[in-house]
Design a protein around this ligand. Structure first.
Ligand SMILES: NC(=O)c1ccc[n+]([C@@H]2O[C@H](COP(=O)([O-])OP(=O)(O)OC[C@H]3O[C@@H](n4cnc5c(N)ncnc54)[C@H](O)[C@@H]3O)[C@@H](O)[C@H]2O)c1
Length: 336
């Protein structure tokens, strides 16, 4: 009989794990939460108390050997995503690692190669693409009457993130924050093959990067990034031969089409959907966390390949790296 539950272990019970991912797991009936591990014993024990893990460990190798889970969810510093992710794939486990998959392109490539040679799942947590609003945006953009997508845009404005994992300021911002809109653009438009970017960045004072992107599909796009802002602001837009759609602040989805589905009375009116989820969505802090873990569980159960996988994450990091190099050199950079 086909299995209907996935036996999962968590490796890493820090802030994001305990505030967003472990509460999300409790809401997924297909997941059996077998055990939690953290180097800090008290954190692993807290996962048992609060989220129903059956046992706790401080050594992930011991946990895996004893529990033989179907999959592990790895949430810690990026070096840990790469090292523990590769080790778990080599042990034949399905793996979910948080973003970023590594601090370096070489590390992200290593994880991607380990995924390929293991034949196992290696999903990377990029919850923007699993948010209901961005899934709806993609559905609209793929409708036949939207027409071929020829323009994409993402704007992402955020507070400062000085010192992300002791990386240089701009690269830390890219790994910690810009990876979200970048992954979402890839989700909607596919791979980016060329970038031209310019920017200014003074640690703690200001960060602005404007990148123009060329996609393998032939579409063009823009990625506008701002740091040192008092607020978060996000917008993702897509334009097709006959349609236009834009998601703003994870809440408002506006769209219009020249013909076809744009009923009823005023053919020029803009349609709008509001995703009103309040400050807590399905019991967790933001939309997308429950859905990305549901997707992981479904893929482990069905054997389907997940998205974003370690290859998608590697290409998102390659694009971000090309943007930084383009800012530094003033030249356009091609991405192989
Ligand atoms: N997708 C999102 O929206 C989002 C939001 C916040 C954080 N994150 C990501 O989540 C990750 C974790 O961030 P955080 O703020 O929770 O970090 P954190 O420092 O609070 O937690 C990391 C935890 O990992 C544990 N750990 C480290 N090495 C370990 C090992 N070998 N075995 C077991 N446990 C180990 C640490 O003891 C710590 O408890 C980061 O990579 C960050 O980018 C993603």
């Amino acid at each position: 009989m086909a299995k209907d539950k996935v036996r999962i272990c968590f490796i890493g019970c820090g802030r994001h794990s305990m505030e967003s991912l472990q509460p999300a797991v409790s809401l997924i009936p297909q997941v059996e939460y077998v055990a939690a591990c953290d180097l800090i014993e008290e954190r692993a024990k807290e996962a048992v108390r609060r989220f129903g893990a059956k046992r706790w460990y401080t050594d992930y190798n011991e946990m895996i050997d004893r529990e033989s889970p179907d999959g592990v969810i790895v949430v810690g510093p990026p070096q840990m995503h790469e090292e523990v992710g590769v080790a778990c794939l080599k042990k034949g486990l399905n793996v979910f690692v948080e973003k970023p998959p590594s601090l370096t392109l070489e590390g992200a490539r290593r994880l991607y190669e380990a995924m390929k040679s293991s034949g196992k799942i290696c999903m990377v947590g990029t919850h923007w693409r699993h948010m209901p609003i961005h899934k709806a945006l993609k559905n609209i953009s793929e409708r036949e009457d939207f027409g071929e997508v020829f323009r994409l845009e993402a704007t992402y404005i955020a507070p400062d993130t000085r010192g992300a994992w002791s990386q240089p300021y701009v690269w830390g911002f890219m790994l910690n924050q810009a990876i979200h809109p970048m992954d979402c653009l890839q989700f909607l438009g596919g791979r980016v093959v060329e970038v031209h970017a310019s920017g200014v960045a003074v640690e703690g004072r200001g960060l602005a990067i404007i990148a123009s992107l060329r996609f393998a599909s032939g579409a063009v796009g823009s990625l506008v990034l701002g740091g040192c802002s008092p607020i978060f602001y996000e917008r993702i837009g897509v334009q097709g031969a006959n349609g236009w759609a834009e998601a703003e602040q994870f809440k408002r989805l506006k769209y219009a089409c020249r013909r076809g589905w744009m009923e009823p009375t005023d053919p020029t009116a803009i349609q709008m959907m509001i995703f009103e989820h309040g400050s807590h969505y399905r019991g967790v802090s933001r939309p997308g966390y429950v859905e990305e873990l549901e997707h992981f569980a479904q893929c482990v159960l069905s054997g389907l390949h997940p998205h974003a996988d370690a290859e998608d994450a590697y290409y998102a990091m390659k694009t971000l790296d090309a943007i930084v190099r383009s800012v530094n050199t003033g030249e356009g950079i091609r991405i192989d």
